[in-house]
Design a binder for this molecule. Structure first.
Ligand code: SDX
Length: 378
């Protein structure tokens, strides 16, 4: 057997052959199925992008309408799931609530028929349709309210904001939210996608695949960074405090949240689009002082760490957009999950097409031939 060098974090090791998305980290390019992210953000919708990622081609208008209708008709969640969610502690993190609820879906749709395209399509539709409803339901329930029913007349993103705030959203806010979902839908072999593919490779059900990916996304080094960025901007408090804050982080060798990326050595193209979306929202709904702090941070981090290729990543400006949309900070990562479920499902489907169970090796550096010591002699 060929012995490869051990690389912590599997840095640079291909874990799959994939045609879903591509990143050029030197040039700051991201493509979904070959289409640049900037073009999708401008022209597509989240559901159309999800279709593109999962089925490999842009849908015709008939195919898109059918997909949108299917998703719309599956948005409601079973009252058993609502009852289960009501038992979750209000103080629990919404990502944990989402992971548990996504896994629980598998209890209701337990038939596993991975060779059947109808089963695959049903699972895709159910997960894309129900995850936003579960996120909104937990938000309402933890505040002592009942979950609100999806609004039949509203599209995917507008309906999510409606379920969250119990009122129809402003059209610009809904469109900007939809673009955020497009931007977060997929990103090559990131940690949660890798997790999804490993889980998928055991031929378990897609609800377990998504639940395992949700658990992985929540960490502060991955999707959880978007929450930490807002916390950091609040802690910094003013533009004048930015430089001393960054200098202190560098001295302590602490990571600055929302900066750096394994693949991008320039500014993440999604961060550029999100910054622009934040500015559009500020023009319409009023400025946010934390934006000024963020811009100063970008300037100082570039000055101090630009030579190492450390620039804003997707998590740096997204929180400022969500804040302006009135979304609570601890829902930022669940929203990332609402979007990323499209990518996870695309990878689930691709993994099944040429599956081999993930079973890497390890470099053993422990002991050998150790004698067992009876408990009374230790
Ligand atoms: C996402 O991979 C994806 O695709 C993920 C994602 C997606 O769409 O799915 O893009 C989403 O997860 C974005 C990342 C969100 N996380 C953060 O913002 C947390 C802060 N950033 C980091 O901890 C870090 O940059 C990572 C986790 C994003 C990347 O980690 P790596 O590739 O393992 O890099 P590293 O930690 O080994 O750092 C390499 C060097 C080190 O310096 P040296 O020891 O070599 O001198 O860069 C420095 C690090 O100290 N560095 C940072 C830094 N990030 C890297 N220094 C200060 N602040 C930072 N944020």
């Amino acid at each position: 057997m060929m012995v490869c060098e051990y690389k912590p974090g599997l840095d640079g090791i291909p874990a799959a052959q994939s045609s879903i998305s591509n990143v050029d980290g030197q040039k700051g390019i991201l493509e979904y199925r070959g289409i640049r992210i900037e073009e999708l953000a401008e022209k597509s919708s989240f559901l159309e992008t999800a279709y593109l990622l999962i089925w490999g081609e842009l849908p015709t208008s008939k195919e898109l309408a059918a997909f949108e209708d299917e998703v719309r008709s599956h948005r409601r969640i079973k009252y058993h799931i609502c009852d289960m969610m009501k038992c979750f502690p209000e103080s629990g993190h919404p990502m944990d609530a989402l992971q548990a609820s996504a896994a629980a879906l598998g209890l209701f749709y337990s038939r596993r028929d991975l060779n059947n395209p109808v089963y695959i399509r049903d699972a895709v539709v159910r997960l894309i349709a129900k995850i936003p409803t579960m996120v909104a339901a937990f938000q309402l329930m933890r505040n002592g309210n009942d979950a609100i029913r999806p609004h039949e007349d509203l599209d995917y993103s507008a309906n999510f904001l409606y379920m969250l705030n119990e009122k129809k959203p402003d059209p610009l806010a809904a469109r900007i939210f939809d673009i955020c979902l497009i931007l977060h839908a997929e990103h090559t072999m990131n940690a949660s996608t890798f997790s999804a593919r490993v889980t998928a490779s055991t031929l378990t059900d897609p609800y377990a695949v998504v639940a395992s990916a949700v658990g992985t996304l929540g960490g502060p080094l991955h999707g959880g960074a978007n929450e930490e960025v807002i916390q950091m901007l609040e802690d910094i408090g003013s533009v004048e405090n930015v430089r001393p804050y960054i200098e202190d982080c560098l001295e302590r060798k602490a990571k600055i949240m929302g900066f750096g990326h394994r693949v991008y050595k320039v500014k993440d193209p999604r961060a550029t689009i999100l910054q622009n979306l934040a500015e559009q929202l500020f023009t319409k709904f009023g400025h946010d002082k934390y934006y000024d702090i963020a811009v100063e941070m970008e300037r100082v981090v570039e000055e101090k760490l630009g030579h190492k290729g450390i620039y804003p990543n997707v998590d740096f400006y997204s929180g400022l957009v969500y804040r302006k949309l009135g979304i609570p900070t601890d829902l930022f990562t669940p929203i990332f999950a609402i979007a990323r479920v499209a990518g996870w499902l695309a990878h689930w489907k691709e993994q099944l097409e040429e599956n081999r169970i993930f079973r890497p090796t390890q470099v053993y550096d422990g002991k050998h031939d150790v004698s067992y010591i009876p408990i009374d002699q230790r």
